[in-house]
Design a protein around this ligand. Structure first.
Ligand code: DGL
Length: 273
């Protein structure tokens, strides 16, 4: 459950957490919305992927990452990872004393604005097995089909966001999904890595003669985070501090394309196993 909005100071410290780089797409949506904030981003790259792990392991990893960001002075935590939001939000909320915003509910509500019938959710294995999106979308009166796409995260991590192999993998996943959900009118990107594939997904849908509205939850999640803060009229620039639990060099390189701008210095962090 998402915490009730509390109005916090206009120059807050906001913790943003993902298993890797994907959450940078959410950070990218937050920067223009809450420009005066100090952002601390943690990518738990040493323990990625979360999406193929058990609920217990995901919760343990997510709670240790979340606690680190609270210890660094975060006033609010944004769980910019669908897998951690789907499987560990209650554990994270219980472990912290600051408001926590996940991506599932904002994503489902964004889909509700677009869909009149049924939503196809592409996500990791763990997210689809949790049925967090099915619950959220059903309660909003929509039909749902959840499709696990386990090969997409490694392809994005490899930087193959416009590659013929990725296009072929997408075509196979989408054909399987359409066989189950022929009437879906909206495609929800239920993994923070997938917005990097949005142009390729839209091209593939057009080639398959199956146009759909494609939405990602980054903008909706950022808007939900912004509800917690008083507007900043001072125009202070945002500052970002980045932590990764594995290769700083890779984080810097890939992170730049996820965020859409060069990353400031990245710090290596050891959160244990
Ligand atoms: N970023 C994660 C998500 O949104 C996917 C990557 C992973 O499997 O850890 O679900």
């Amino acid at each position: 459950m998402t915490a009730k909005p509390l109005i916090l100071p206009p120059n807050p410290t906001i913790g943003v957490f993902d298993s890797g780089f994907g959450g940078l797409t959410v950070l990218g949506a937050l920067l223009p919305l809450i420009p005066g904030a100090k952002y601390i981003y943690l990518g738990d790259t040493a323990r990625l992927p979360y999406g193929s792990k058990s609920r217990e392991t995901i919760a343990r990893y997510a709670v240790s990452s979340a606690k680190f960001l609270e210890e660094q002075g975060a006033d609010l935590l944004c769980v910019a990872c669908n897998t951690a939001s789907a499987l560990a939000l209650p554990e994270i909320e219980q472990a912290l004393s600051i408001p926590v915003v996940g991506v599932i509910q904002p994503g489902a509500e964004a889909a509700r604005k677009e869909s009149s019938r049924s939503v196809l959710v592409l996500a990791t294995v763990a997210t689809t097995q949790s049925h967090a999106y099915a619950e959220a979308l059903t309660s909003l009166g929509l039909g749902v089909t959840e499709k696990a796409c386990p090969l997409l995260v490694p392809l994005v991590e490899e930087g193959w966001i416009d590659h013929h192999v990725t296009a072929e993998v997408l075509r196979i996943y989408l054909a399987e999904a359409f066989a189950e959900a022929p009437d879906a009118d909206t495609l929800l990107l239920g993994c923070t890595h997938y917005p990097l594939l949005q142009p390729l997904i839209e091209r593939t849908l057009a080639q398959m003669n199956h146009p759909m509205t494609v939405i990602d939850s980054a903008a909706a999640t950022a808007a939900r985070v912004a509800e917690h803060f008083a507007p900043n009229h001072a125009g202070n620039p945002a500052t970002c501090r980045f932590y990764a639990t594995d290769s700083i060099e890779k984080f810097q390189r890939l992170g730049t394309s996820f965020l859409g701008q060069p990353l400031a210095e990245v710090h290596l962090l050891d959160l244990g196993g």
